[in-house]
Write a protein that binds this ligand. Sequence first.
Ligand code: NAP
Length: 256
Amino acid sequence: MKNQEKRTIVVMGASRGIGHASAKLLTEQGFNIISISRSPSDVGISMQFDLYRQKDREKCITYLQREYSNGIYGILYCLGSYLYDEENIEEVEHLWQTNVVYLHTFITGLKNLLEKGAFPFNMEPNRYKTTLKKTSSIVAVASIDSIKGGANGRNPLYAAAKGAQVSYLRRISVSLSPIIRVNWIHAGFVMTSFTKDHILYYTNRDFKDQIDNKTLLNRAGAPTDIAALCSFLLDHEKSGWITGSGIVIDGGASVR
Ligand SMILES: NC(=O)c1ccc[n+]([C@@H]2O[C@H](COP(=O)([O-])OP(=O)(O)OC[C@H]3O[C@@H](n4cnc5c(N)ncnc54)[C@H](OP(=O)(O)O)[C@@H]3O)[C@@H](O)[C@H]2O)c1
């Protein structure tokens, strides 16, 4: 059994992008990180599984159940999910599976560990009583696309899959309460390899201006911007009274 003294967080999709930046920040904050991805991650304990494959999803859950039987404190779900061709039915199905079905598989497969790994903290004494509460946490990176129309109406199926992810998370935040908190992040345009436009952003001045001007802060998001919010929502010392909530982080783009 691995060291249980530090709070353990499993990051799905931790080799790059938002997951990697979050895993790095959480490690600096003293969490024990298990990084899951196909390629190795340089953060925490790196486990290589191809989560698009059923066998690997099963192996991943079995591994976590065996090695972390004392419990885990959190799950951060940042698994890459692409849709480049809306005409391609396999890609469309894949999008639904990565955003909803696999997320459900991990949550049901690891629920017992999240319950066991919930961390207690003393609430401020009040005039009625001092209550010892404990929670663990699930955070998923959803998208701003699920709550806004989008100026050009692009990517409706991606928006629908992210919307389904949010509906799913909202429901399970109820069924998993009060011990497991469930929150999600409506991220705007973040420069990672996920967005096929990221190279253009760095090489084409007009394209960069176009993206930057969509926000109120005149810049695209960095993975570290989202990581700060992920770590906040995972840590119940900071966000222990937040559950069933989606937080928008998009540089102000959605109020333009
Ligand atoms: N970037 C944005 O603008 C943006 C905006 C809103 C929401 N989001 C959401 O944020 C999440 C993360 O996006 P990101 O931008 O950080 O993506 P990213 O940079 O492409 O990173 C995706 C991560 O998922 C891992 N991954 C992909 N396929 C995998 C597989 N089959 N098995 C295991 N791991 C796999 C990748 O590692 P390996 O390739 O090594 O396996 C990588 O660590 C996605 O759900 C995305 O929809 C992103």
